[in-house]
Each structure stands twice: as C-alpha cells, then as structure tokens.
Ligand binder design. Structure first.
Ligand SMILES: CC(C)(COP(=O)(O)OP(=O)(O)OC[C@H]1O[C@@H](n2cnc3c(N)ncnc32)[C@H](O)[C@@H]1OP(=O)(O)O)[C@@H](O)C(=O)NCCC(=O)NCCS
Length: 319
C-alpha cells in the first residue's frame, strides 16, 4: 500500500468529498460540526494552513488532519470501510504522529469509519508505540418521559440552584479541573485551568450545539460558600439534547448531588420538549457509568481516542 499523500495542493473537489464523508460520520454520532465546516477544512488542508494526509476516493478513501493548540495536537482520522481500512488508518495516524511539531508534547486522535473489530485491531497496533494510551468512550442515551417531571425531591439540604451564567468562568473551570483530576478524561482535556476555561467558553457559545440555559444549572452551598456541582446541557437536534459537562466537587461526592443534578436537568429537558438526552463517558469512569445506569441510561455507541505522549525527557521542565 502506498503511503498517504499530503493534502497540501490536492484537488479541492477531492478534499471536499473526503471532508463530507467525515462530516457524515460525525453527524451519525450527533457531533455535527457547525457552520461551513466542510468548506473550511477542505480549504485549510489544500492551502497547507492545516496539516493533513489523504488517500484518494479511487484508492479506498481516507483523510487525516491535525490542529495544534499550545503544546497539544488534536487530530481526526477517517477511512471508508474496506479490507485494507486498518492499514490505511494506521498509515494516516503514523503520518500525523511522525510529523508533530517539536513543540507538541502530545496528540489525541479520534477515528471514524471503522467497524468495532477493525478499530480494535488498529488501536492494538498503535498501542505498541511507547507513550501510547487508548481511551474507550461510550455514548449513553435515555429517553425523556413525562414522569421525569414528577417527584423531583426538593433541592438538597442547605444548597441552592444558580444559573450557570451567574457563576464565574473561573469558578466553573476550577470545579472541572478538580473534578476530573486523575481521571482518564484529564488526558483528553488536559490539566491546565486555561484549557477548561476555553472548553467552557466554547460550550457556552454553542460550539457543540445551542447551549440550553434552562436545562443547565450549578449547585451552590452558601455556608461555608462553595460551588458543589454543575450540569451543562446543549441542544443537538430539535428533539435531542446532550449533557456536555457534569461534575461534583470531589470532597462532596456520594451524597446524591450528582443524581439530583441529572434528574433536575432531565426534568428541565422534558419540560422544554426534548425527547432524548445523551452523553459521552470514558469506559474507565466506573462511578459515573454506574450513576448513569441507575438513572436509566443505556450504551448506544462506542468510540476510541488514541493518545500519544512524547517522552517527557525530550523537554525541559514544564513552563
Ligand atoms: C460523576 C459525578 C458527577 C457523580 O457525582 P456524585 O455527587 O458523587 O453522585 P451521587 O452521589 O449521586 O452518586 C454517586 C455514588 O454515591 C452513592 N450515593 C448517592 N447518594 C448517596 C447517599 N445519600 N448516601 C450514600 N451514598 C450515596 C450512589 O449510589 C453512587 O454510588 P456508586 O458510585 O457506588 O454507584 C462525580 O463522581 C464527578 O464529578 N466525577 C468526575 C467528573 C465526571 O466524571 N463527570 C462525568 C463525565 S461523563
């Protein structure tokens, strides 16, 4: 099999067609990119503004692209299903990793197009490279029902609900940072407060779907004052919503606050007319998965993210 070609200078119609294949797969996962995503990706790949590699449609089709943010790279690999799809996906991933800029400490790569068994074969191959981690994620869903509107207990003892936009971004980012410390999700978001802040700004601005203020809330304790937890929700389609961020202060877990926030948000979503809610959770996040199981979520899809970290000795101390 030939190595993948650089997208720089490739034909626009070919890149547009490949980007459309990616967009279709992302839409099937209800992760539809917003705006003129297809055109923007194709343009940035062709001009070289964004690094990318591809296999033409006539050779089985495949597209890989990467973007840099501070010292981390985010990338996506898509291949169309075919007998050599795993080889193509591996070659595309190797192209992304082997050309990382020297300033990049790590890369996360998402995949689309591969059936589960092929995806497992691919990640087993990629995991052989030292510094690799494979993160499995599950999409979980739950229908919203009229009885979600009944029987919600009063706000837990001495706490109050506060609209998310009335909480400072820094307070929310700090809560996220402490809630996800030491979890697999930290590999995806990072440890940096700035990164959590940036993710929250994107969420509130609707980058992952219209932010639903009415189905998002923070839980506050006034004495002593503390932000206890929060749930942030957005619209994916006019009937379907998603929980995008959900966390409880690590020192206040196991008291039912998480379950309360989920029930509160599901009732709010039902009252707004949504039929279904979904979320993504890492396979290793046992307590969150148990909680979702217990309130009626079930797994509908899986995805993997390949994460590679450069040997830290290649860098000086983190600045
Ligand atoms: C997931 C998360 C929000 C749950 O918050 P929480 O407030 O601890 O949730 P709950 O208290 O409602 O439920 C958690 C556990 O406490 C138990 N519990 C609930 N109420 C309880 C009570 N009154 N007494 C004793 N235990 C109780 C639950 O049965 C559950 O037990 P389990 O983990 O053994 O299944 C929290 O663990 C968290 O912030 N995790 C990190 C961030 C994260 O992973 N977010 C989800 C990303 S998809």
């Amino acid at each position: 099999m030939d190595p993948p070609r650089s997208t720089q200078g490739a034909r626009s119609d070919e890149l547009l067609e490949l980007a459309q294949l990616v967009r279709r797969e992302l839409s099937l996962r209800e992760e539809t990119p917003t705006g003129d995503w297809v055109e923007e990706i194709a343009h940035s790949l062709r001009t070289g503004a964004r690094p990318g590699w591809y296999y033409p449609i006539s050779e089985g089709a495949g597209l890989a692209f990467r973007s840099e943010r501070d010292d981390h790279s985010f990338a996506h690999v898509h291949v169309e299903t075919a007998p050599d799809a795993v080889d193509r996906a591996q070659a595309l991933t190797e192209a992304l990793v082997s050309t990382l800029p020297p300033t990049a400490r790590s890369i996360s790569v998402g995949f689309t197009g591969l059936p589960l068994a092929a995806e497992e074969e691919l990640t087993a191959r990629l995991a052989r490279r030292p510094g690799s981690n494979v993160i499995r994620r599950y999409a979980m869903e739950r229908p919203l029902r009229s009885r979600d509107g009944e029987g919600l207990p009063p706000v837990p003892d001495a706490l109050q609900l506060v609209p998310v936009r009335e909480v400072t971004l820094d307070a929310l980012a700090l809560l996220d940072q402490s809630a996800f410390r030491g979890t697999t999700d930290e590999l995806l978001i990072g440890t940096d407060l700035k990164e959590y802040r940036r993710t929250l700004v994107a969420l509130l601005e609707g980058a992952t779907g219209r932010f639903l203020d009415e189905a998002s809330t923070a839980l506050y304790r006034s004495e002593p004052p503390a932000l206890v937890g929060a749930i942030l929700t957005c619209e994916k389609t006019p009937r379907h919503a998603a929980f995008q961020d959900f966390m409880v202060d690590p020192t206040l877990r196991g008291r039912g606050y998480g379950a309360y926030l989920l029930h509160w948000a599901m009732r709010a979503l039902w009252a707004l007319g949504y039929e279904r809610v979904r979320l993504w959770v890492s396979a290793s996040n046992a307590s969150a998965r148990r909680l979702y199981d217990s309130v009626g979520f079930s797994t509908t899809q899986t995805a993997v993210i390949y994460r590679w970290d450069r040997d830290p000795s290649a860098f000086g101390p983190r600045g």
